[in-house]
Design a protein. Structure first.
Length: 327
């Protein structure tokens, strides 16, 4: 004879989900794994913002928090092994950067929660099912990488009305580049621009990419967000200056000496990653946390760089700028 108590217990057991997500133990410090696709030096400002966000929520390294860092240094082939290493360490939450890092983490575990600090377009590349209900063990922030890249074409055409050939510097090893190029191509046609693709999958390939742009007589270049490229903004800005090539990319690129920037604040996205971690630690399943997308986009014009390139920027563009760098 089955009692009511055992019957209810059996029903409860049947109702359990097939995937049980790991939850941090409350009697020990929170242990995070951070998988960076770039370099520790190049991503330091963003990681600092993440750590600041954690401190604001009461997580203090050395007291109730430890972070294990692993860096691919722009070599995405290393990401799966690094993700597997963090999984073997049984970290409580995996924090990732970019599409390659998040994909590697997702393939390494279905039980440890994964928080994307950034990802180009998480739905288009199949990292999550939807923005509102990501499902699985992945959540975090994504940004409009394809739309941003297309908008940069419009801005570079406004800055250089006579431009006819524009290059797109991408990392061919990053799966997020496909949707980006698909978004850029119709915009380029609408603007009567010939769009040419140039690739660099390692830091030592950047110089060759810029030499190829110079040989192709490119009028300007759009630098697309990518863990490797983001980590080498100083080198990219220096190469663009040496080739006398106007470029547009993420905000840090203009700050490094590039002529223009349009995009989102990665430090703010990293700070928000701490909020996702906190919610997961307090019991929310990652698949129940809607993906966030930035709502603020910043246009930065480096007028000093434009002057060095001999470019006279139209007043209409300068008036639109959220920030100008004048020296």
């Amino acid at each position: 004879m089955t009692t009511r108590r055992t019957f209810v217990a059996a029903i409860g057991a049947l109702a359990l989900p097939t995937t049980v997500f790991a939850q941090p133990a409350s009697d020990r410090p929170l242990r995070l794994g951070f998988l960076g696709t770039g370099s520790a030096t190049g991503m330091a400002p963003w990681v600092d913002a993440f750590r600041d966000g954690l401190r604001e929520l009461g997580y203090i390294e050395g007291k109730n928090l430890s972070i294990e860092y692993r860096w691919a240094d722009g070599n995405y082939a290393k990401a799966p092994a690094l993700a597997a290493e963090l999984v073997r360490m049984k970290v409580d939450v995996l924090v990732t950067h970019g599409t390659p890092g998040t994909r590697a983490a997702k393939e390494a575990t279905t039980t440890i929660p994964i928080v994307m600090a950034t990802a180009g377009d998480a739905v288009l590349v199949g990292l999550v099912k939807s923005i509102a209900q990501p499902g699985g063990n992945v959540t975090g922030s994504t940004f409009f990488n394809p739309e941003i890249a297309a908008k940069r074409l419009e801005l570079i055409k406004q800055a250089l009305p006579r431009a006819s050939r524009v290059g797109a510097l991408i990392n061919p090893d990053n799966a997020a580049m496909g949707p980006v190029l698909q978004a850029m191509e119709p915009t380029a046609r609408k603007l009567n621009l010939e769009l040419q693709r140039f690739g660099a999958s390692r830091a030592d390939e950047l110089e060759a990419a810029f030499s190829a742009m110079s040989e192709a007589r490119i009028d300007a270049a759009v630098i697309v967000e990518d863990g490797l490229l983001n980590a080498h903004t100083q080198a990219i800005a220096a190469l663009a200056a040496a080739k006398r090539l106007p470029i547009i990319g993420l905000p840090e690129l203009a700050e490094a000496g590039g002529m223009m920037a349009y995009g989102v604040s990665f430090p703010e996205m990293y700070r928000r990653a701490a909020v996702f971690v906190d919610k997961i630690v307090k019991g929310t399943k990652p698949g129940d946390l809607p993906i966030e997308r930035p709502t603020r986009f910043e246009l930065i014009v480096n007028t000093a760089a434009a002057k060095r390139l001999g470019v006279t920027l139209p007043s209409t563009l300068l008036l639109r700028a959220d920030r100008m760098i004048e020296q």
